[in-house]
Design a protein around this ligand. Structure first.
Ligand code: PLP
Length: 361
């Protein structure tokens, strides 16, 4: 008997799927995964160490994550019953999809967008109906209508600011999609991993009779990618369904404490966001002056395409100069594009001079 006949097969729908890939390369300037270039404030580390000192390691953590959810709820002026917290917003999305998607159901995405929306949907057994943004990556109301009518999805994803394009969907569009979803019995999920960098948030639309959920993360704006903490805010009746699906005690005690303490430093977070937004605008202007095509961004990254369309070549030359950006050049609909995360002033200067050299004719 051959060795692989001794290996049980996975679900047939998983056979052709690949895992999530994002190369982690050790280079001096890492601008490829949209993390914050700044660590959290020093006091945060001191407070966390003190809190861990008294931790009851022999006990399971608070299953309801009461303190953390109260803190998040207060941040948004909501009730704790409207907050669902999980291990990164990816686990939030997975839980939403386990509850509302799954086998025989459909999930709508508008491409190009965050690959994990479709990927996690497929992992739950759902199929994905892909709508299209236009050449400028703007999402039109007609296209949303077409996808909802033809695809009949149970879950609809928007991502605003959209990763990897950086564009922000306007409030009128998101409100209209949410109202349509309400009429047709669909759930709208707005992924706002980059929400604080943008001029408006769909959190302002939340209401108990609107099937709208907004997901957020501590990974980007809160400088806490290492903690793996994210959350969704939405109607209490959605949160109750998510609580049914998620594993008991999924949020460990250290993470709950870290998240609660981080919230005390919201002012410092806003300050870092302000610095990053200012640097983003400087980058956009400087990149435009170098002749690369740049898309307007409401996030902490910028999508761009070298004038000659040779994204692979420029990516390689940047790497040679010690600067790692995300190579989207071979992704569908993103031919020749690269995505750079906004870093510190020095990192951005290094990137800009490397880009100048890499794109010089
Ligand atoms: C980074 C990112 C996430 C993942 O966030 P985690 O909280 O780190 O899991 C979710 N959505 C989008 C659009 C992202 O870019």
């Amino acid at each position: 008997m051959s060795a692989d006949r001794r290996r049980p097969s996975v679900r047939p729908d998983l056979v052709a799927m690949e895992g999530y890939h994002s190369p982690q390369v050790t280079v001096p300037v890492r601008l490829n995964t949209n993390e914050s270039p700044f660590p959290p404030p020093a006091e945060f580390g001191v407070e966390l160490a003190a809190a861990l000192d008294g931790l009851a390691w022999h006990r399971y953590p608070d299953r309801a994550a009461t303190v953390l959810r109260d803190g998040i709820a207060a941040l948004h002026g909501l009730g704790a019953e409207q907050v669902f917290a999980a291990n990164g917003s990816n686990e939030v999305l997975q839980t939403i999809l386990l509850a509302y998607a799954g086998h025989g159901r459909r999930v709508a995405t508008f491409e190009p967008t965050y690959a994990l929306h479709g990927h996690i949907a497929r992992l739950t057994g759902a199929s994905v109906v892909e709508g299209e943004r236009d050449e400028g990556f703007v999402l039109g109301a007609d296209e949303v209508r077409r996808v909802l009518d033809e695809g009949d999805p149970q879950v609809v994803f928007l991502c605003s600011p959209n990763n990897p394009t950086g564009l922000v969907d306007p409030p009128e569009l998101v409100r209209a999609v949410a109202e349509r979803c309400a009429e047709e019995g669909r759930l709208l999920v707005v992924d706002e991993a980059y929400g604080q960098f943008a001029p408006w948030s769909a959190v302002s639309l939340l209401s108990d009779d609107l099937p709208l959920v907004v997901s957020r993360t501590f990974s980007k704006t809160w400088s806490m990618a290492a903690a793996r903490l994210g959350y969704a805010v939405g109607p209490a009746w959605v949160v109750a369904e998510l609580e049914k699906v998620v594993l008991p005690y999924h949020l460990d005690a250290v993470k709950q404490i870290a998240g609660s303490l981080a919230l005390r430093h919201a002012g410092a977070m806003e300050h870092r966001v302000g610095q990053i937004v200012a640097e983003r605008e400087r980058l956009v202007a400087a990149m435009g002056a170098l002749g690369v095509r740049v898309w307007p961004s409401g996030a902490n990254f910028v999508l761009f395409r070298p004038a000659d369309g040779d994204g692979d070549g420029v990516w390689q030359r940047l790497l040679g100069a010690g600067v790692l950006v995300r190579n989207c050049a071979s992704w569908p609909r993103l031919g020749g594009c690269l995505r750079v995360t906004v870093g510190t002033v020095q990192e951005n200067d290094t990137f800009l001079s490397a880009l100048r050299a890499a794109t010089a004719a």
